[in-house]
Design a protein around this ligand. Structure first.
Ligand code: GRF
Length: 205
């Protein structure tokens, strides 16, 4: 059983998918804390509705990013968090945070990395004219959306797609692969070698 700490800034649909996977026993663990930098994040409401502990931390009350991250780490340590899950978290983590949870921080990005990193990935894909985009779950390193890739799912881009319509179809796939990736982590099946992640097969004997 792993303890999961979630960082979220917004509506929290990925958090909801993860809550469901925990409830269904797909993820072998529990969500110990949901922390947000946004007091009004709907993600906090979702957590509370599911009796999950929450914490709001106002960035403005801290000296700098590292100072802020140290406060998050303090809570994560108190909750004995094994895996930090970024679910629509809009802040870049400090190197201090990344080192404290090396290879134990996951993120989901709404494009097939390394294409279209950063903000508005779905808009970038539509504007570029790619025929296929999708989503990526990856471990977080010090770069932006650059860490080792765990799972990806492709989504077709249609001629009449807008940023919104593409985002909606990608989101459905996000809700599948994010819980899957966390499940694999909870089963101890993710093996990182350099920038590659290998998934250990289960022995069904
Ligand atoms: C998702 O599109 C995710 O890929 C990106 O932020 C969005 C979060 O959505 N990192 P939600 O808050 O989980 O609904």
């Amino acid at each position: 059983m792993i303890n999961i700490g979630v960082l979220a800034s917004g509506r929290g649909t990925n958090l909801q998918a993860i809550i469901k996977a925990v409830e269904e026993g797909i993820i072998e663990g529990e969500i110990s804390i949901v922390i947000s930098d946004n007091r009004d994040a709907f993600a906090l409401k979702r957590a509370k509705q599911n009796n999950i502990k929450t914490e709001y931390l106002n960035f403005k009350s801290f000296k700098d990013r590292e100072d802020y991250d140290k406060e998050i780490i303090k809570t994560m340590k108190k909750k004995k968090v094994d895996l930090v899950v970024l679910a629509g978290y809009m802040r870049i983590l400090s190197p201090f945070f990344i080192n404290a949870y090396k290879n134990k921080i996951m993120n989901i990005h709404p494009a097939l990395l390394p294409s279209f990193p950063g903000l508005h990935a779905q808009r970038q894909a539509v504007e570029y004219g790619v025929k296929i985009s999708g989503c990526t779950v990856h471990f977080v390193d010090e770069g932006v959306d650059s860490g080792p890739i765990i799972l990806q799912k492709a989504v077709e881009v249609k001629d009449n797609d807008t940023e919104e319509s593409l985002a909606e179809r990608i989101l459905k796939e996000e809700h599948q692969i994010y819980p899957q990736a966390i499940q694999l982590f909870s089963q101890g099946r993710l093996i990182i070698k350099g920038r590659k992640v290998f998934i250990e097969e289960v022995d069904l004997k």
